[in-house]
Design a protein around this ligand. Structure first.
Ligand code: FAD
Length: 456
């Protein structure tokens, strides 16, 4: 069932949340569609193993309190995941009803119960085990680190998260825009984790303020969930011009530093007329839709493949299309052009056509000779990917590091090559998804608990 939304005309000039959520009546109607399968396929599609039929059944009976109780057994970030998880590729893809009609809207129901609990002010804290005296240090307050913290805090360990920024949430706070994931929702869910006894220390850059080796003298075990915050660039001429942004910088200025509220907030952000965003994932969609909300006259997504290959969630592509983002498919930027004052004025591009599939299974874009053209713009945002920041790897020689700068960790346990150190989330996989990071956090927490309780 679709969810009420702000209209495109209304939402394109504000930063308020686009999707408005189910009413209790809509939630009950939707929950009644669940077949309560004996062997639910949907659960197998959820990286954090939420008991999906178990939380949907009480919604159908109007018992929302019981529903959130079931959810919380496996999920500390329900309001976040209900909003941003790619359910269409996971639980909903495996829903039996989905074979014939729309699958049950698991994500929307997840969001509904989490928001209902917050609105009612009924947040229950689970029982916390007696103190074990064991100390756990976690690097990064993103979804991976928060999941480890929540899972281990209830078992009675002393948990401290060390976070480089002045706010928790990682990409949830500095990357994903307010109109898709309100920051109050993130703060609310992090507050819940703090109520489990987790301490968060901000403005603390592990690898600089203190190294992993040094911290291990104080802590029994460590988890590294430092994400993938190092942006990639195209490597074409002109990328040092003014008006050229990485998506990281652009979105951080707007989301974390509230640039769209300048001068009430300190961080300025350029308000250009013509913007080109390079890339086709969620980060590109978020950047383009942000540029529109900042008042740009025209925003282009410049993508070298076709619509079918866009890696972004379909829902976000459709939202961007409805809002008026222009998609330039099969287009490759080759050079950024500036004026005498060093400001970006245009982009030289080439047209492409699709050839044979490459290693990723997607058809390889091939350049069309002589198809160069100039696109006039006064800002560009590069959203083509990220790697982990090398600060930790450079100061921790004991850690095995992969080809793309990622920390190597065992898939089954999250263990790294360094004794008493686990890792998970984007810092291991490269840029992925919230729920994958949470799933990795859960796996690592299980293995860390085994170690802490003397099992290995
Ligand atoms: P992060 O969220 O990156 O958190 C890592 C944390 O570690 C950060 O707070 C960082 O400040 C901190 N840190 C880094 N280095 C250090 C250090 N040396 N010392 C201390 N702290 C440190 N996923 C989805 O599922 N759905 C979406 O719709 C979606 N949209 C996205 C949109 C954007 C714009 C972006 C950028 C990503 C999006 N993603 C989405 C991806 C998703 O947000 C990430 O995969 C997920 O947040 C990874 O979680 P993490 O905990 O591994 O890392």
């Amino acid at each position: 069932m679709s969810m009420p939304k702000q209209t495109p005309e209304e939402r394109v000039r504000n930063f308020d949340e686009v999707a408005l959520g189910f009413t209790p009546e809509l939630a009950i109607l939707e929950a009644e569609r669940c077949l309560q399968c004996k062997k639910p396929q949907c659960v197998a599609g959820c990286p954090v193993e939420i008991d999906i039929p178990g939380f949907i059944a009480p919604i159908a009976e109007g018992d929302f309190k019981r529903a959130i109780g079931v959810m919380k057994e496996k999920q500390a970030l329900a309001a976040v995941c209900g909003r941003v998880c790619p359910q269409e590729e996971q639980c909903e893809k495996l829903c039996v009803i989905g074979k014939k009609m729309e699958p049950v809207a698991v994500g929307r129901l997840e969001r509904f119960v989490a928001d209902w609990e917050a609105a009612e002010g009924l947040v229950d804290i689970p029982e916390i085990a007696k103190s074990t005296g064991k100390k756990v240090a976690i690097v990064g307050a993103g979804p991976a680190g928060i999941t480890v913290a929540a899972d281990l805090a209830v078992l009675g360990h002393e948990i401290t998260i060390f976070e480089a920024l002045h706010e928790p949430g990682g990409v949830l706070m500095y990357g994903i825009p307010e109109f898709r994931l309100p920051k109050d929702v993130v703060r609310r869910e992090v507050d819940y984790v703090k109520k489990l006894g987790v301490e968060i220390i901000y403005d603390y850059v592990v690898g600089k303020t203190r190294t992993i080796g040094n911290m291990l003298e104080e802590y029994d075990v460590m988890f590294i969930g430092a994400g993938a915050g190092l942006p990639w660039f195209l490597g074409i001429p002109g990328e040092n011009l003014n008006g050229v942004y990485s998506a990281n910088e652009y979105l951080t200025r707007v989301n974390l530093m509230k640039g769209y509220l300048f001068p009430d907030h300190d961080t300025p952000i350029k308000r250009p007329h013509m913007v080109a965003v390079f890339g086709g994932g969620n980060v590109a969609m978020d950047s383009a839709r942000t540029a529109l909300r900042l008042g740009a006259d025209e925003v282009h997504i410049v993508y070298r493949r076709s619509r079918a290959e866009l890696p972004a969630r379909l829902e976000e592509v459709e939202n961007a299309e409805e809002e008026g983002v222009i998609f330039d498919y099969l287009t490759l930027p080759t050079k950024l052009i500036g004026n005498d004052n060093g400001w970006l004025t245009g982009i030289e591009c080439l047209r492409m056509e699709l050839g044979e599939p490459d290693d990723s299974g997607r058809r390889r874009p091939v350049q069309i000779e002589g198809s160069e053209f100039i696109m006039d713009v006064d800002a560009s945002v590069c959203a083509i990917g990220n790697s982990p920041n090398p600060l930790i790897s450079q100061t921790t020689p004991e850690l095995e590091i992969g080809r793309k700068g990622n920390i190597e960790a065992d898939e089954e346990t999250g263990k790294t090559s360094m004794d008493r150190v686990w890792a998970g989330g984007d810092v291991v996989t490269g840029a992925a998804t919230v729920i994958m990071a949470m799933g990795a956090g859960r796996i690592a927490a299980r293995s860390m608990q085994e170690y802490l309780s003397g099992g290995n």
